[in-house]
Design a protein around this ligand. Structure first.
Ligand SMILES: [Zn+2]
Length: 89
């Protein structure tokens, strides 16, 4: 993703936070989504921190088998949904 897109994303994030002062900060920053463990194929429900940017990569242990999944996270510009692609690290 280009720097320009990241700048637009950050602006939307700020606007959304500023526009709804009645809602908690966390409601805007965390998106509930899921990935399928590459080792045991169980669905892991997880929270993505949207403030980390539109494209994120990190390792998260499976909640079932505890083995590490390398996650590539894409946060939708609406900040309401995120897609996770899990691979073995
Ligand atoms: Zn697993």
């Amino acid at each position: 993703m280009s720097n320009e897109n990241i700048r637009i994303f950050r602006e939307k994030l700020n606007l959304r936070v500023a526009r709804d002062p009645g809602e908690s900060y966390l409601d805007h920053m965390e998106i509930e989504t899921a990935f399928v463990c590459v080792f045991c194929f169980q669905v892991n429900v997880t929270l993505v921190d949207a403030s980390g940017g539109p494209d994120q990569e990190y390792t998260e242990d499976c909640q079932v088998c505890c083995r590490p999944n390398f996650l590539r996270v894409s946060v939708h510009p609406s900040l309401r949904e995120a897609h996770i692609e899990a691979t073995s690290p």
